[in-house]
Design a protein around this ligand. Structure first.
Ligand code: PLP
Length: 488
């Protein structure tokens, strides 16, 4: 065996002995950090610019000891961190990192393999296939879907919409572009008014313009209304637009509503419109047999996204993107310059299926996580979140000073404080905004807000790996206490 000589490593990088010492110390720090999470303020008490002001404006010319670096990490960085792993983190969609995910990130950085081509990372490429096939089975996703990992759902949806555009090959957009062409109809994408802003951003990025998106109204349960979609498509066709893509959401960002995918798919299939399903957060729930129904209709969609980095205890970032038309995605993105040509026969080169060339070994963390917890273990943890969310919802319902503001299909509760049963929206918005600030500056918990049918509401989402019943009950106690201070 050929070893790299110790002295060469020591000259170029950190000597083994120091690496070992620091490594053990950091693992100890992580264990203490995870145990003490509840003692940290969820949201730090810092102002914009505080971190910048606390650090030197110029880099050191001479290397520093790792001990010194760690002191600054502990004293200047950690106090300005918002702790997403905190048991009191109920804002947005929580994402907790788990031990197998942390270890995979460590190994991933140590090997530093770049899976741009099969040849530059056979294991990166093939483990991605294996893991995404596992995930597909876990979710009950139809076998006709082919998967790839990107960084975020925003990127996944951008790729879906680019593929949707390429699907209409006669448009020749890849070859001729769009500007200045009078032979090209205006393209139109459809999504509900509750769809995530990443869809608007993708449309902007692809040069379709915000006018290239038509928002379809939602019903009283915040689900896209299929007949409105049908009307919009007919209207657009009459006006000379080319309807090319629709996005349905399973678990919208504000209230986790579920668009009727089955009905939307029937319309899209009839009109030859690419249907992309965004299940970035809530898709994970399909692991539970009793929640599998949320996937109904997805088998007729063209693409689907789910983020294990949201509710599957995977450190940020990892978004799983699936399509039943990988050849269209490839047609949209494949471009192989001479210096990247390889002779590896039937091997897939993942760079052919997206914007990026270099790619991290993200599959490793998902593979570790699925193996360590097992499908049943993951299901048990997610099922517990449903139980905890129900407890919180019942506490809101049983207190007449609060109102539930939306159905709760998953584990996110939209509510507001309305002690005097006011109908004056401006007053309620001010009251609840003040309450939100009071709650979050407590440092004990972190919740967020949104707007539903123009009403300002508070949002409490349970998906933290370390969140237990006590945390949820204490959170309600704190919210109630702060609310009562306001109503006195
Ligand atoms: N889609 C939905 C439904 C979301 O809720 C979110 C984020 O919360 C996104 C997409 C964007 O996710 P990402 O941050 O991975 O781009």
């Amino acid at each position: 065996m050929n070893f790299i000589r110790d002295d060469l490593i020591a000259k170029a990088d950190m000597p083994d002995e120091e690496f070992r010492k620091i490594g053990y110390k950091l693992i100890d720090w992580i264990i203490e950090y995870r145990n003490a999470l509840g003692n940290y303020p969820v949201v730090p008490d810092v102002q914009p610019g505080d971190v910048i002001d606390s650090l030197p404006a110029s880099p050191p010319h001479k290397g520093e000891s790792f001990e010194e670096i760690l002191i600054d990490f502990r004293e200047r960085i950690v106090p300005a961190v918002t702790h997403w792993n905190h048991p009191g983190f109920f804002a947005y969609f929580n994402s907790t990192s788990s031990a197998p995910g942390i270890f995979a990130e460590l190994l991933c950085a140590a090997m530093n393999v770049n899976g741009m081509l099969w040849k530059t990372g056979p294991a990166v490429t093939e483990l991605e296939t294996v893991t995404l096939n596992w995930l597909k089975q876990m979710l009950g996703l139809d076998n006709s879907f082919w998967g790839i990992i990107y960084d975020t759902a925003s990127t996944s949806s951008l790729h879906a919409i680019a593929a949707a555009r390429e699907y209409h090959a006669g448009l020749m957009i890849r070859e001729k572009g769009m500007p200045g062409r009078n032979d090209l109809k205006r393209l139109r994408l459809y999504c509900s008014e509750e769809a995530h802003s990443s869809i608007d951003k993708a449309v902007i990025t692809l040069g379709l313009g915000l006018e290239g998106i038509r928002k379809i109204p939602s019903d009283s349960q915040l689900r896209m209304i299929p007949s409105e979609l049908e009307n919009a498509i007919d209207d657009d066709k009459r006006k000379g637009f080319l309807p090319f893509c629709a996005v349905a959401t399973i678990g919208t960002t504000s209230a986790t509503s579920i668009d009727p995918v089955e009905e939307i798919a029937a319309i899209c299939n009839k009109e030859n419109i690419w249907l992309h399903v965004d299940a970035a957060h809530a898709g994970t729930a399909a692991i539970l047999p009793e929640m599998r129904w949320i996937m109904s209709g997805v088998e007729k969609a063209d693409s689907f996204v789910i983020n294990p980095h949201k509710w599957m205890f995977t450190p940020v970032d990892l978004s799983a993107f699936y399509t039943r038309k990988p050849e269209v995605l490839k047609r949209a993105f494949s471009l192989v310059p001479e210096y990247l040509k390889t002779q590896t026969g039937k091997a897939e080169n993942l760079m052919d299926y997206g914007m990026q060339l270099g790619r991290r070994f993200r599959a490793l963390k998902l593979w570790f996580i699925i193996r360590y917890f097992g499908v049943d273990g993951l299901a048990a943890r997610i099922r517990e979140h449903f139980r905890l969310a129900k407890i919180f919802k019942e506490m809101i319902e049983s207190d007449s000073k609060f109102e539930l503001m939306a159905p709760m299909p998953f584990t996110t509760i939209c509510f507001r404080f309305n002690p005097a049963k006011s109908e004056v929206e401006a007053h309620l918005e001010k009251l609840n905004n003040t309450l939100l600030n009071k709650i979050n500056t407590s440092g004990k918990i972190f919740i967020s807000h949104t707007r539903l049918k123009s009403k300002f509401v508070l949002r409490f989402s349970v998906s933290g790996l370390f969140t237990g019943e006590e945390d949820v009950k204490n959170a309600f106690g704190l919210i109630k206490g702060k609310a009562n201070e306001l109503s006195q």
